[in-house]
Design a protein around this ligand. Structure first.
Ligand code: FES
Ligand code: FES
Length: 168
């Protein structure tokens, strides 16, 4: 079945069985491999994308149920050069370890910070239900707070000393 999706600002055509999850259309048909497969049962959040701004686990959402007027944004669509404030905070704090879960983490964090620019720890706990096997949870929380404090790790009291002696 031929269908269309509005992804990262462009209308893209694809052919897939109506039951095909959005995740696989994004990855296999549209080449947007930044969105990851972790569990396939909406538990881990690795596949999180935005649909009209709502963080959505794309592994359980059939692509055929995404309306032509709904806007899908993947990690590739956040910014052309990784300059989104959340991405910059992630880099500044060296959040990723293996990185596998991180596009989903970032998409969840972007949605949280848009809705609650100054999230409390409880807000973060409630919004960030993504699973990270590398255990980056503390740095994810810190990076969210850095964005909430205007993007400067020092202002947030969260500067990190790197192995080469530099501080960010
Ligand atoms: S792959 Fe979708 S929630 Fe885990
Ligand atoms: S950074 Fe490795 S799973 Fe999260």
């Amino acid at each position: 079945m031929k269908s269309r999706l509005n992804v990262n600002g462009s209308v893209r055509e694809f052919e897939a069985d109506p039951a095909t999850p959005l995740l696989w259309v994004l990855r296999e048909q549209l080449g947007l491999t930044g969105t990851k497969y972790g569990c396939g049962i909406a538990a881990c959040g690795a596949c999180t994308v935005h649909i009209d701004g709502v963080p959505t686990r794309s592994c359980v959402r059939p692509a055929s149920t995404v309306g032509a007027n709904e806007k899908v944004v993947t990690i590739e669509g956040l910014s052309p050069d990784a300059s989104h404030p959340v991405q910059k905070a992630w880099v500044a704090l060296d959040v990723p370890q293996c990185g596998y879960c991180q596009s989903g983490m970032i998409m969840a964090a972007v949605a949280l910070l848009r809705d609650k620019p100054k999230p409390t720890d409880r807000d973060i706990d409630e919004a960030m239900t993504n699973i990270c096997r590398c255990g980056t949870y503390n740095r994810v929380r810190a990076a969210i707070k850095v964005v909430a404090e205007g993007g400067n790790p020092r202002v947030a009291g969260l500067a990190i000393q790197h192995a080469d002696g530099s501080v960010t």
